[in-house]
Design a protein around this ligand. Structure first.
Ligand code: ZN
Ligand code: ZN
Length: 252
């Protein structure tokens, strides 16, 4: 059995749990240790199953709990070399390793596939986790999609997919011009419509569960996301992740 859960998702902290009966990994640790433990307890997940953490990129909302969590749980944090070099010292775990985008890595029976994405960071990656015969995508912080992403998405049974902003809210909102440009650029984030297009064009029959993730608190609302994807609620189990609480656990 595979268990997946968004422990936190949004611009103030991201952390995704993927595990089976014996082992689990976290993708990103953008929340502090204390909060992580609260969220694991809330969800009913066991911290002792977590064997490693993989980091998607060096932005603080993906990494700020790395150092302490690694120490407290006694587990390694894996970065790409370029990401590690770009991290502030406070976000570098003492117990660490490197992964190479495109080269699969194994932790117990969990296989971690990583691939490069377009985002304004040193060496940003998305992931597909192969576990108990299922494939789980973690695909957030993406400015522009590419063929690799399309291919990887088509392998997924479940996906944490970014639906960061509503285009009208972003353009008419309070963000300064340079930030509007940054968010909507090819190195920024996926809009609701970009996420919709991805699902409609590249998801395969295998895909059953969608966690819309990294939803902006300023440039999006859960109601707009629900409206955008209302036509898909019959076809998929859809969850909206939150910065405030852990999501429901989905068992595959
Ligand atoms: Zn982020
Ligand atoms: Zn980022």
């Amino acid at each position: 059995m595979t268990e997946i859960c968004a422990l936190a998702s949004g611009s103030n902290g991201n952390c995704y749990y993927i595990g089976n009966e014996n082992s689990a990994i976290l993708i990103d640790i953008g929340i502090y240790y204390k909060r992580l433990i609260e969220r694991l307890n809330e969800a009913g997940l066991n911290k002792n199953k977590i064997k490693a953490i993989f980091i998607s990129h060096e932005h603080s909302d993906h990494i700020q709990g790395a150092r302490v969590t690694s120490k407290k749980l006694g587990i390694p944090v894996f970065y790409t070399k370029k990401t590690y070099r770009k991290c502030y010292d406070k976000n570098k775990a003492d117990n660490f390793g490197f992964f190479e985008p495109g080269t699969p890595y194994k932790i117990d029976n969990i296989k971690i596939h990583s691939f490069k994405k377009n985002h304004d960071a040193a060496d940003p990656c998305s992931f597909r986790i192969e576990i108990n015969g299922k494939n789980i995508g973690v695909m957030t912080d993406i400015g522009e999609t590419n063929e690799t992403l399309h291919q990887e998405l088509s392998e997924c049974d479940a996906v944490f997919l970014e639906a960061n902003y509503d285009e009208d809210m972003l353009m008419n909102g309070l963000y300064p011009y340079y930030l509007k440009q940054r968010v909507s650029s090819s190195k920024g984030h996926l809009s609701n419509l970009q996420a919709k297009e991805l699902i409609e064009n590249y998801a395969s029959q295998k895909l059953k569960t969608l966690f819309f993730s990294h939803i902006s608190a300023v440039n999006n609302t859960h109601d707009i996301v629900k409206q955008t994807f209302s036509h898909l609620y019959k076809k998929y189990k859809i969850l909206l992740t939150s910065r405030q609480e852990a999501s429901e656990i989905i068992r595959l």
